[in-house]
Design a protein around this ligand. Structure first.
Ligand code: ZN
Length: 467
């Protein structure tokens, strides 16, 4: 018997290796095969144990060193059911029903567990607990449990979840001729992508947000697909969204920004698809905007800087900038992650709430400040076209790049400006140097990023790509 268990451990696919390898009355031992993205901390959380006990059970001396495919004994694994995350983030295409189906649970169970009174009040970004043992660590994406229904068979399930029949059979120790029975729980081989089970009315076939949690001052990419060619329009928070359309008119991509002072809450995303016969299909989903977690700072302005908070001086210049960054170039010039435009330390983050001379914290810092030494280089973070290069009253010597798809970056208070309007620049190309022009307290680069006219956190673009 012991030998048989050992054979199973060696040859069973990864997702089944959460099986009990021993049950000898001294606590359970589970075997986990290390997956891409795993850390000991994640694994410990998932099995309700500690990094220390896993390290001890496996004789690990360096807890940061684990390898994909490595088999780890998990002593005293508890509570959570393999494959089902403890919590999920509701997506815009989700309903309680689609979530219940996807994870092999029931609408009633989710509703009770989360004290949901009105299932129609579900919103994108909402966190739902799916089982006990939730640690708030987010979903576990290694596979999904499907509870078999009377009409199911392996072929139908394979096509519904977009996995090969062979993989489905293999992961569940089934043969082609094996009969499924209602209530049977099948492990759907894990993928990092979402399963296709969603709840959308025709002609909509996809509605997805990235990141899944939408925050003040951050960029979001929305993807919408329809099963047939349509014209489409939409709004978020009642503001029109400019969409990029594929040639077949079935896929839309929208990169948009959430204004930094948006009050946290739930806001409507409204879409209208118009099919070739003129039929209109409205879709409204609620999306939660969360607090962006920004700091506050108190600033005292010397008299010569009072212009900074004088609307008569700032407004015309702000309107001018707004006009430039509200254009939309349908070709995307940016790609990958953005580089940093300046190698100096960051002295003030985007989104910082500011009080000037004892005012309320009504001002928000709409860019990232770098403490560059006078004359140090400022470089383009990605490909773009120079659409503004001139001296301004408040912003000093300024450059704005258009990166396409409604994305612009701005560089203020420069000393030298080395580019002209119309120049195409590549990543790392010199734009100019750090200065102290305009209304400033010292030498620095203020870097700003606009998406569809909204100033958003540029640093998010250094960590995440939006296309
Ligand atoms: Zn600044």
């Amino acid at each position: 018997m012991v030998a048989l268990v050992a054979v199973l451990v060696v040859f069973t696919p990864a997702h089944q290796l959460m099986l009990r390898a021993q049950d000898n009355g001294q606590g359970r031992t589970t075997v986990h095969v290390v997956q891409r993205g795993d850390t000991l901390f994640k694994i410990a959380q998932r099995y309700g144990t500690t990094v220390e006990s896993i390290a001890q059970a496996n004789g690990l001396t360096d807890v940061t060193l684990i390898n994909i495919g490595q088999r780890l004994l998990i002593p005293n694994a508890t509570t959570t059911e393999p494959g089902i995350p403890t919590e999920v983030v509701v997506g815009p295409a989700d309903s309680l029903r689609s979530i219940a189906l996807r994870y092999g649970t029931t609408v009633t169970d989710i509703a009770q567990r989360n004290a949901i009174v009105n299932p129609n009040g579900l919103y994108a970004g909402q966190l739902l607990a799916l089982q006990d043992g939730s640690t708030g660590a987010g979903g576990i994406k290694t596979g999904w449990i499907h509870t078999v229904m009377p009409t199911d068979n392996v072929y139908r399930l394979a096509s519904r979840y977009g996995v090969p029949v062979a993989a489905l059979l293999k992961h569940n120790n089934l043969r082609r001729e094996s009969a499924l029975y209602p209530g049977q729980r099948l492990l759907i081989p894990g993928t990092e992508a979402s399963p296709t089970l969603i709840d959308l009315p025709a002609p909509y076939t996809q509605l997805a947000l990235e990141p899944a949690i939408v925050e003040q001052g951050r960029t979001v990419i929305l993807r919408v697909a329809t099963g047939l060619p349509t014209a489409m329009s939409g709004t978020f928070m009642d503001k029109p969204l400019v969409m990029v359309t594929d040639p077949a008119r079935q896929n839309r991509t929208v990169v948009f920004g959430v204004p930094p002072l948006t009050r946290p809450g739930v806001y409507p995303l409204a879409l209208t698809a118009t099919d070739e016969r003129g039929g209109q299909h409205m879709l409204v989903r609620l999306i939660e905007v969360r607090d962006g977690g920004y700091p506050s700072e108190v600033l005292t302005l010397a008299p010569e800087l009072a212009d900074l908070i004088n609307p008569a001086v700032t407004q015309p210049e702000t309107d001018r900038i707004q006009g430039v960054v509200s254009r939309f170039t349908p070709d995307r010039l940016y790609s990958g992650l953005m580089g940093l435009p300046c190698s100096a330390a960051i002295t003030s983050q985007y989104g910082t709430r500011r009080s000037y001379n004892g005012s309320a914290f009504d001002f928000v810092h709409t860019g990232t400040d770098f403490a560059g030494a006078p004359g140090s280089p400022i470089t383009a973070p990605t490909t773009g076209v120079v659409v503004l290069a001139e001296p301004l009253t408040v912003r000093g010597n300024a450059v704005i790049l258009d990166h396409g798809w409604g994305v612009f970056t701005g560089y203020w208070h420069m000393q030298a400006v080395n580019v002209r309007v119309g120049d195409m620049v590549g990543p790392g190309q010199l734009l100019g140097t750090v200065g102290s022009t305009g209304r400033v307290t010292g030498y620095h680069l203020h870097w700003e990023l606009f998406v569809q006219g909204v100033p958003v956190d540029p640093m998010q673009w250094v960590r995440q790509g939006f296309f």
